[in-house]
Design a binder for this molecule. Structure first.
Ligand code: DUC
Ligand code: ZN
Ligand code: ZN
Ligand code: ZN
Length: 476
């Protein structure tokens, strides 16, 4: 007797595509193919794809902002919207607050998430200030407890780390077996360009893109990879927007470095021209790195097809356009410099990749699964419990109907934002049914979730474990 049998779907994993039934019991996958008759519930998936639930390994929820600004998705609304878009696990960030124990801050995030999440969640740690205590004790202990990835920033005054601090953080990651994610943009070059633009009175949202050109991303990507080579650690280069930064990843791999590349829907679908809209409307498209041009979009598609990118995430970082707290559209607008950097995309990530990628023949369905789920689980220590359709894996599944056609409107996405950058986009294919650990949480496109999401302590990334276990190489 099964809890659920999913009948006759086209099962796709990162390696195989086949038609079979799947039997679920006690939240797990217990049978694939073969005879299955009795179940409390039957789901007919004829003509549909049955895929591992999406894993979005780069989202921002309830992250504190400078005074007067508020992120508009909390763990409830953000994970609700994630579920609508076919995701069953999301990985938000816990931002270290200077002068406070990281574990204390982390406990606050857990309190905000507890009992409110529609998907499973697992935190990355953003490192904004290094101390001997943090590097010597706190981080290694947190890694042991399943927080196995750190993000560092090369941009944003007050958040960025200097190169020596990045080296020390990488060294800590090496010693503790964590994986470092790097935001690559050269802060000093950006500040120089912002100063010049402001002096010239060029302060509209479009200037956000021109003050963060591809070359500041390329330089920082090169530097991050060089620093990683000094310490001999694998790294993730997050939110890559253009060919020049991609070339840095390729070159690092040619020298033998382990590097994971990530890109996001905004770099496939938007351009810098979107920031050049009247009445401050361009503020809706401000994110960092900024969207580039059509050639960069093509480069990013090529990277997804050919493997420069292993991971495709949303970088969901939502602010409301018309809202006192959003400050995307503040009264007395002064400079693009004050527009918070980030756009929503947690629900649209997978429909965009499915429609523009799979349905238009740019990638096959197995590559879709790898980019949207399996590689995230493998990179961040959740595999094979997550990101796979195998016996014993969590029954996190999304059933995609390739026949559904939709015109995207923000209200359907159920996030806390007041717009989507993809308003009016026509998509083909939609995740009509989603299961989280064996429970139907989206049924015929409708949310029926009871907020069963739990926190996932993660294993070390296999990439980092290899270095961690290799004690023959001295640490710096
Ligand atoms: N980096 C992110 O990863 N997300 C939003 C803003 C940023 O700079
Ligand atoms: Zn970033
Ligand atoms: Zn981000
Ligand atoms: Zn809405």
């Amino acid at each position: 007797m099964f809890d659920i049998i999913i009948r006759n779907g086209t099962i796709a994993t990162a390696s195989d595509v086949f038609i079979a039934d799947i039997g679920l019991r006690d939240g797990a996958i217990v049978q694939i193919g073969g005879e299955m008759t009795e179940a409390r519930q039957m789901i007919d998936a004829t003509g549909k794809y049955v895929l591992p639930g999406g894993i979005d390994s780069h989202v921002h929820l309830s992250q504190p902002q400078p005074p007067g600004i508020e992120m508009c998705d909390d763990f409830e609304s953000g994970t609700r919207s994630a579920l609508i878009g076919g995701n069953t696990t999301v990985m938000p960030f816990c931002l270290q607050e200077k002068g406070r124990p990281l574990r204390e801050v982390l406990a606050e995030y857990h309190a905000l998430a507890e009992g409110r999440c529609h998907t499973d969640v697992s935190f990355h740690l953003i490192i904004s200030e290094i101390t001997p205590q943090l590097l010597g004790q706190e981080l290694p202990a947190l890694v042991e407890d399943g927080y196995t990835s750190f993000k560092v920033f090369m941009t944003y005054e007050g958040l960025r780390l200097r190169d020596d601090e990045i080296l020390e953080t990488m060294d800590c990651a090496r010693r503790s077996g964590a994986l470092v994610m790097v935001h690559c943009e050269n802060e000093d070059a950006i500040r120089y360009l912002i100063g010049r633009h402001e002096m010239a009175g060029d302060v509209a949202p479009k200037a956000h893109a021109t003050t963060r050109p591809t070359l500041v991303e390329r330089e920082a990507a090169h530097r991050a990879l060089s620093l990683a080579q000094v310490v001999d650690v694998p790294i993730v280069i997050v939110h890559v927007s253009n060919r020049e930064a991609m070339d840095e990843i390729r070159r690092a791999r040619e020298r033998g470095q382990k590097v994971i590349g990530e890109t996001c829907p905004q770099y496939l679908m938007l351009t810098a021209d979107d920031l050049d809209r009247d009445n401050w409307e361009g503020a809706r498209y401000v994110c960092s790195p900024p969207p580039r041009d059509k050639a960069s979009q093509e480069a990013c598609w090529e990277g997804l097809e050919q493997g420069v990118f292993d991971i495709y995430s949303s970088d969901h970082c939502p602010f409301r356009f018309n809202d006192d707290k959003g400050k995307l559209n503040p009264p007395g607008k002064t400079s693009f410099r004050h527009i918070p950097n980030g756009i929503p995309g947690i629900a649209m990530r997978l429909p965009i990749l499915f429609s523009e990628g799979v349905m238009k023949g740019r990638i096959d369905i197995s590559r879709f699964v790898a980019l949207s789920s399996t590689n995230h689980a493998k990179t961040y220590g959740l595999y094979p419990r997550k990101g796979s359709i195998t016996i014993g894996a969590d029954a996190d599944l999304s059933i995609w109907d390739p026949a559904v056609q939709r015109r995207i409107t923000h209200d359907d996405l159920q996030d806390g934002c007041d717009y989507t950058p993809y308003e009016g986009l026509e998509v083909q294919g939609w995740p009509t049914t989603v299961l989280l650990r064996g429970e139907v949480v989206v049924d015929d496109g409708q949310l029926v979730s009871s907020r069963r999401g739990v926190h996932l302590a993660r294993d070390r990334s296999p990439l980092a474990t290899k270095v961690f276990n290799d004690k023959t190489q001295p640490s710096i």
